[in-house]
Design a protein around this ligand. Structure first.
Ligand code: PGA
Length: 241
């Protein structure tokens, strides 16, 4: 695992946007699996600006959503669906055929996961997975203790994810389960970028770097990945000894 530390959130977001751009320009049919949340917001804004100003052709790039809250409709601004449309797909005018998101209202959630897994397999795997870091060490919605053998699946949310997740919603929202690509998808992605910024992430980043690699802290698995970069701002980065 490489660690890339930047002085500010702005600088780390510039770096992350440039890295995504280099994946896109070196493979115009890349499959990107993208997280939502506060962390990647500026990365996506800068990525959109770069793609539009440099007139980069993304007409064949495929996008899969990393995860979704079960039962939350796509019209809810707190849904991952809404976030990705607002921050990426609408400004980039991505064609619907290139967008693959979990339907969290499906009455067959397992089948929904199977469809997402099948799409990724058919396409030849995820070229780049971009992730944030949960303060409890979750990856996507793979919570502490979830198996690293899991592909896309229904996950039972940890209490801290339910509580912290309220920040995305205008009103108190009943969260219980998630749909998420699994740790096996994560480990098999050709490239992984894990982003974290701010003092609130300092402790978990310290643990990701120092604790033993374990499903009990899913984000430590990033150290097992052959092509992963942990991208941090100075506040999230543990002090160098
Ligand atoms: P955040 O979420 O980017 O909103 O901090 C990260 C996560 O929970 O994975």
């Amino acid at each position: 695992m490489k660690v890339s530390v930047h002085d500010t959130y702005e600088q780390m977001s510039q770096f992350a946007a440039d890295e995504i751009l280099s994946v896109i320009t070196s493979n115009h049919k890349a499959l990107l699996c993208l997280a939502t949340g506060d962390t990647p917001k500026l990365t996506y804004k800068l990525l959109v600006e770069k793609i539009l100003s440099q007139k980069i052709d993304i007409s064949q790039i495929q996008f899969v959503g990393l995860d979704e809250w079960v039962g939350v409709p796509p019209t809810n601004p707190g849904s991952c669906h809404f976030f990705l449309h607002k921050n990426l797909f609408v400004p980039l005018t991505v064609a619907a055929k290139n967008i693959h998101l979990f339907d969290a209202l499906s009455n067959d959630l397992n089948d929904e996961c199977k469809k997402m897994n099948d799409f990724v397999t058919r396409y030849g795997g995820i070229d780049l997975m971009l992730l944030g870091v949960g303060t409890n060490g979750h990856v996507g919605l793979n919570e502490p203790g979830d198996s690293e053998k899991n592909y896309a699946h229904v996950s039972k949310l940890a209490q801290s994810t339910i509580e912290v997740g309220q920040k995305y919603f205008k009103e108190q929202t009943g969260l219980d389960k998630g749909l998420t690509f699994g740790l096996a998808n994560f480990l098999e992605s050709k490239r992984v970028m894990m982003l974290a910024n701010g003092f609130k992430k300092n402790n978990i980043i310290k643990r990701i770097i120092n604790d033993s690699v374990s499903e009990q802290l899913p984000s430590t698995l990033v150290r097992k990945h052959k092509n992963a970069t942990l991208i941090l701002d100075r506040e999230a980065a543990p002090l160098e000894k």
